[in-house]
Design a protein around this ligand. Structure first.
Ligand code: DGL
Length: 275
């Protein structure tokens, strides 16, 4: 029987999943977290589904070895191809990806019924978001565009100003054109890195577009599963609420990760780990 005092495991291909960790911490202040960024093998977004599944299984395996009580796949690319695989491999451990919660939020948000999915090449071409949305609302019109340069911009810390704005226009302008009735009114930020570019994207897309970021909805799903499975911790543990692990370059993880987490990190806070 898993212990409610055990940590929640969260993994991503790198630092981007810290946006999901931040939402989890805010929603679940009594919980401890073990976060693994597979920085040695980032990006997952341009790799084949088989490779991403293999990497995801190894990363998840390390967290399971350390006794996590629930696993969150913060990476959209890995969630899109590996959630069932990991749930099966590590059953009965609850495994939660970000695609289903993000798809549910997009379906709830759209009024025009026309949604645009943005993500990595892997996420967009695999069609997991599209399937999850159509299962809920079969009449939706769904467009999808891979925006791999957004990952590089966010990693570089270029999250505002003319350069990210020009890139965003290039990726999105055509997608957002069209007569008002049929125009996209909801954009899914289907990648861990995209929420940090949100203000640029809001400027480019205009005030009629709603952005869906799966971090909040995923945190809500995790809270619900913990309660239903009687796994929620009832008291905070102030001693060590978050442990960070990276498979390469802890100093870079700390520097870039600060942007995603929203507060400064030091390299000594990041443990180097080999998979
Ligand atoms: N974490 C990935 C995602 O959310 C983005 C970075 C990568 O390609 O690995 O899809």
């Amino acid at each position: 029987m898993p212990d409610p005092l055990s940590p929640i495991g969260v993994f991503d291909s790198g630092v981007g999943g810290l946006t999901v960790l931040a939402a989890l911490r805010e929603r679940l202040p009594n919980e401890r977290f073990l976060y693994l960024g597979d920085t040695a093998r980032l990006p997952y977004g341009s790799k084949s589904p088989d490779t991403v599944r293999r990497y995801a299984r190894q990363a998840a395996g390390k967290l399971v070895e350390r006794g996590v009580k629930l696993l969150v796949i913060a990476c959209n690319t890995a969630s899109a191809v590996a959630v069932d695989d990991l749930a099966q491999a590590f059953a009965p451990l609850p495994v939660i990806g970000v695609v289903e919660p993000g798809a549910a939020a997009a379906c709830a948000a759209t009024r025009s019924g026309h949604v645009l999915i943005t993500g990595t090449e892997g996420t967009v071409s695999g069609g997991a978001y599209q399937r999850a949305m159509l299962a809920r609302r079969p009449n939706l019109k769904i467009d999808a565009v891979a925006c791999p340069m957004f990952v590089a911009l966010a990693e570089e810390g270029w999250i505002d100003g003319p350069i990210p704005e020009a890139v965003a226009r290039r990726y999105l302008e055509l997608e957002l054109a069209g007569p008002e009735r049929t125009r996209v009114d909801t954009v899914v930020l289907g990648c861990t890195h995209f929420p940090v570019l949100r203000s640029v994207l809001e400027r480019v897309c205009g005030p009629t577009v709603t952005f869906v970021d799966s971090a909040q909805t995923t945190a809500a799903v995790v809270a619900d599963v913990l309660t239903r499975q009687r796994l929620a911790s009832s008291t905070p543990d102030p001693s060590n609420p978050v442990q960070l692990l990276a498979t390469d370059a802890p100093a870079r993880f700390a520097r870039v990760g600060s942007v995603f987490l929203g507060h400064p990190l030091t390299p000594t806070e990041v443990e180097l780990l080999d998979l």
